[in-house]
Design a protein around this ligand. Structure first.
Ligand code: MN
Length: 285
């Protein structure tokens, strides 16, 4: 049964909290992220206007469906919820949770949106065939997504932890990897057609975002991440923001960064031009 209580509004971004960290390999805690991000987003220390001039404080900007109630069949619930939103022509913006949640999300979207391009911000390629015996580990979702053919293209950005195995996997699946040492790479994000953005917070340097399960130095600044988000062309059909671990945060700093990224992402979704391949997100300018 559907857990969604949102009104029909074609094209509208809908926040869905996914408090799930059961496939984390190292530290738990990411399940607490959705509520921490909301607290920062609604903090009276800031306002609801994006840098691009969009006021997110109006009822017509976005909806928040709250957090999913998850049981053993968490992936089924996630896939069904995202599928319902896409079928209702809305655009899910999922707040993780660990990165394993991107697999059921991509299943739902990939089945409904042809010619999908995934743009994946991360320190890690998450392409392991299996990790510590778990094929659904947060280290594996993009291997499963590409095996299952859920996307036409996978572009990874900010990568700085490639192993020999994952280099082989990238070749096998035709993944277009932009390593962190190649950043900035704004032009490589000019794509056409529908786009799904998966943003792992650990693409950021831990100096900017200490609240991570896997701190990987040498990453992006917040400003670099925003520049690359804003460089994406195509029509955004959905997104996720994952791997923020509030248990590792310092003075709610990473929560503020996640809320900032969420704001600017929503602002971009509300001002972009519709996709040119027939999947029209139904933007209302
Ligand atoms: Mn990562």
């Amino acid at each position: 049964m559907s857990q969604l209580s949102v009104r029909d509004a074609p094209g509208m971004p809908v926040i869905v909290g996914i408090p799930f960290d059961g496939n984390s390999s190292y530290l738990r805690g990411a399940a607490g992220a959705p509520n921490a991000i909301r607290s920062a987003l609604h903090s009276t220390s800031g306002n609801y206007w994006t840098e691009s001039g969009v006021d997110l404080g109006t009822e017509s900007a976005f909806q928040d469906a709250g957090n999913l109630r998850l049981t053993e069949a968490a992936f089924t619930t996630i896939e069904d919820t995202v599928a319902e939103l896409v079928d209702r022509r809305m655009r899910p913006v999922c707040l993780g949770g660990d990165h394993s949640i991107t697999l059921p999300i991509a299943r739902a979207i990939g089945k409904r949106v042809p010619e999908l391009t995934l743009i994946h911000f991360d320190a890690h390629p998450d392409l392991y065939d299996e990790f510590e015996g778990n094929r659904l580990s947060h280290a594996c979702p993009f291997a499963r997504i590409m095996e299952e053919g859920r996307a036409k293209r996978l572009i990874q950005l900010g990568i700085r932890t490639l192993t020999g195995h994952q280099r082989e996997q990238a070749v096998r699946f035709g993944v277009e990897i932009i390593e962190m040492r190649q950043v900035p790479a704004l032009e490589r994000l000019k794509v056409s057609g529908p786009v799904y953005i998966s943003f792992d917070m650990d693409v950021l340097d831990p100096a900017f975002a200490p609240g991570l399960s896997h701190r990987e130095p040498g990453g992006m600044s917040v400003r670099e991440a925003l520049a690359h988000l804003n460089a994406i062309s195509g029509g955004i059909v959905g997104a996720d923001l994952v791997e923020f671990n509030p248990a590792q945060d310092v003075s709610n700093l990473t929560a503020a960064v996640a809320a900032k990224l969420l704001k600017e992402l929503l602002g971009k979704m509300l001002t972009e031009k519709p996709a040119q391949n027939g999947w029209t997100p139904g933007i209302r300018l």
